[in-house]
Structure formats: C-alpha cells, structure tokens
Write a protein that binds this ligand. Structure first.
Ligand SMILES: Nc1ncnc2c1ncn2[C@@H]1O[C@H](COP(=O)(O)OP(=O)(O)OP(=O)(O)O)[C@@H](O)[C@H]1O
Ligand SMILES: O=P(O)(O)OC[C@@]1(O)O[C@H](CO)[C@@H](O)[C@@H]1O
Length: 316
C-alpha cells in the first residue's frame, strides 16, 4: 500500500476556453472539478489502476467537505484531518491550443496542532503496513519548511521508504537531510535546487547526481514535452515520445510518479517507460483527470539507456 501525504490539497477547477484574453471577460465552454493536490493525484491514479493506496490530507471549510466527497466519488480511501482553515480552490484556464494558465491559492495556514495531527494520521497509516510514503506538493503557512524532513524521519522510524515531489525550500531541506528513496522534480525545480540552468542532458544528470550524493537513491526528472530522465548513482535512462497537444497538463507529473511507483520492481528502463506512458496519458485528459488502464499507450514511448550527455533537452 502506498500512503500519500498532501499538506496543501485543493479543489481543482478547470475552465476550457478558446483563447484567453487577459483583462477581458472570457467565456468558457466547459468546466471540470476534481480533487487536487499532488499526493491526492498520485493516489487517484493508483486507484484508477486498482493499486492499494491511502491519501492523508488536511481538510476544512466548504471546499474541504467537497474535497472529501470528491475523493469518495473517485473511490480513494482517505484520512482527512479536520482543520480550522478553509481548503483552497486552484484555478486552471486551458486554451484550445493546450496552453495552460494556472492560479494556485495559498491554502489555509496550519497551526502546530494541525501539523501534529497530520503527522499522527500518517503514523497511524504506517502502522498498517505501507510499502512507501509519498509527500507531495507545496507546504501551507505554519507547517514549517522542514515538514517533509519530519515526514521522511517518521517514515524511516517505521522502516518505510519515502518519495517526495515538492519544490523550493521544502525540497532543498529534504534533499539536504537525505534518506529519501526518490525525488521527482521537473527540470525547472531541479535547476532551482542546484542553482544552475539545465540545458543539456548532462546538466540534468550532474544536478541529479548532486542530489544522490546527499543521500537520495533515485531522481526522476520530468521534462514536460521532452519526456523524463531517471538517474541513480551509476546509471541514467531517458524515455519520451512524440509531442502531444494537451487537453490539460495539470497533474501529468503526478501521473508520471504514480506510474513509476506502480511499476516498482520492474527493471528501471521499463519502470521509466511506464511512468512516461502514464504522464502522456494524463495530458490528453481534461482538468486534473487521471488516466485509467484504457488510456495508457506504451507503443509510442521510446527508452534509451545512457543518453548522450551533450544532447540539448529540447532535442529529446
Ligand atoms: N505536451 C506534451 N507532450 C507529450 N508529453 C507530455 C507533454 N507535457 C507533459 N508530458 C508528459 O508528462 C510528463 C510530466 O510533465 P511535466 O514535466 O510537465 O510535469 P510537472 O511539471 O511535474 O507537472 P505537474 O506539476 O502539473 O504535475 C512528462 O514527463 C511527459 O512524459
Ligand atoms: O500548489 P502546489 O501544491 O505546488 O500544487 C498544487 C497543484 O497545482 O498540483 C497538482 C498538479 O500537480 C494540482 O492538482 C494542484 O492544483
């Protein structure tokens, strides 16, 4: 069972429109409402593939109630920790070209008791025999930038590996503390972490190896339209496929991570190919919809071991 932890979940509201005119009244032709937040999306994608998972999250206010209802509709087993603040809504505007504009709300501040209750809820799930904990997304005010360090330590005390998909200071703190099984930044987030522009494959590999050197076993770097790289202490793999015109890119990285975790145990090239196939399937779905088995195509995913370090990412 995979336990996901989403400290700042959201109700994701996506509006599809022809072409966004900034500063004008725009009319959407479709709306989509999904339970959102990165860990929740990982759990939703796993559930869609019949994989055991539980989502741990704080929830408060009317959107918190809606979020819990949506998770129930999606069939996602969840442990929602009641908090006083109001769960946020995040807004996505998708143009017919696939260009996506996203506005994420800050989310409710959590008090020290909320944070303690959230970690207690995770601990209760770990006792039940989890095989992995995934901490994902941004941290709301009040959690402290070391929240994911505490999560990884908690997982470690229970002998459970920990994977992270976060960015900025929370990612930097967790990587510095080490002891992680996996991190899944995109190339921009990895570049910000190491303070370098990542232009060629070798830049990504060097940056990922700096993360590995601090005590993380594997780095899965998503590259948007250019696929993904998997880097461990000794080897590198790339997987990708032809560019797609997205229905919505929101949650594609989460589907990628979910696919990677679902394929755990397979050899790394196949595991990466599965991850990329799930991510590609997600971009063809509206809003924050997650792919089901019928959406996944592996025939157009190519995999390469030890890709040329001098190759520009934009040429992958
Ligand atoms: N336009 C596209 N065409 C083909 N594949 C795409 C496209 N955009 C994304 N993907 C696939 O989705 C995966 C994840 O995308 P991306 O790197 O943008 O994730 P992310 O930045 O973590 O996204 P999010 O935070 O919204 O989940 C990529 O590795 C790639 O396989
Ligand atoms: O504000 P954060 O926590 O960084 O990201 C939240 C979010 O953008 O991530 C998911 C897509 O990955 C969405 O479901 C959600 O709205």
């Amino acid at each position: 069972m995979i336990v996901t932890v989403t400290p700042n979940p959201s109700v994701d509201r996506a509006l599809d429109l022809e072409c966004l005119a900034v500063g004008e009244v725009n009319r959407a032709h479709a709306t989509h409402v999904h339970a959102g937040g990165k860990g929740i999306n990982v759990s939703r994608a796993l559930v869609a593939h019949g994989r055991p998972t539980r989502a741990v999250l704080p929830a408060g206010g009317p959107d918190g109630e809606l979020l819990v209802r949506l998770l129930d509709d999606h069939g996602v087993p969840a442990r929602a920790v009641p908090v006083a603040g109001e769960t946020r809504s995040n807004i996505t505007l998708v143009e017919s070209t696939g260009v996506t504009t996203k506005v994420n709300a800050p989310g409710p501040a959590l008090g020290p008791d909320d944070v303690a209750a959230l970690l207690d809820a995770v601990a209760a799930e770990l006792v039940g025999g989890a095989r992995l904990v995934v901490g994902a997304g941004s941290l709301p005010a009040g959690t402290g930038a070391d929240f994911f360090v505490r999560l990884a330590e908690l997982a470690g005390r229970h002998g459970v590996p920990c994977a992270l998909d976060t960015s900025g200071e929370p990612l930097a703190r967790a990587v510095a503390a080490g002891g992680l099984d996996l991190v899944k930044p995109n190339d921009e987030e990895l570049g910000a972490l190491v303070g370098c522009d990542l232009v060629v494959v070798g830049d990504v590999v060097d940056a990922a190896r700096r993360v590995v050197a601090r005590g993380t076993r594997r780095v899965l770097v998503s590259l948007g339209v250019h696929g993904a790289l998997l880097v461990d202490a000794t080897s590198t793999w790339w997987a990708g496929g032809p560019p797609l015109v997205p229905a919505s890119t929101v949650g594609a990285g989460d589907a990628t991570l979910a696919g990677f975790l679902a394929a755990e145990g397979e050899e790394p090239a196949r595991q990466l190919a599965t991850a990329v196939a799930w991510g590609r399937a997600a971009v063809l779905l509206p809003g924050t919809a997650v792919p089901a088995p019928a959406d996944i195509r592996t025939d157009d995913v190519r995999v390469a071991a030890d890709p040329d370090p001098d190759l520009a990412l934009k040429e992958l």
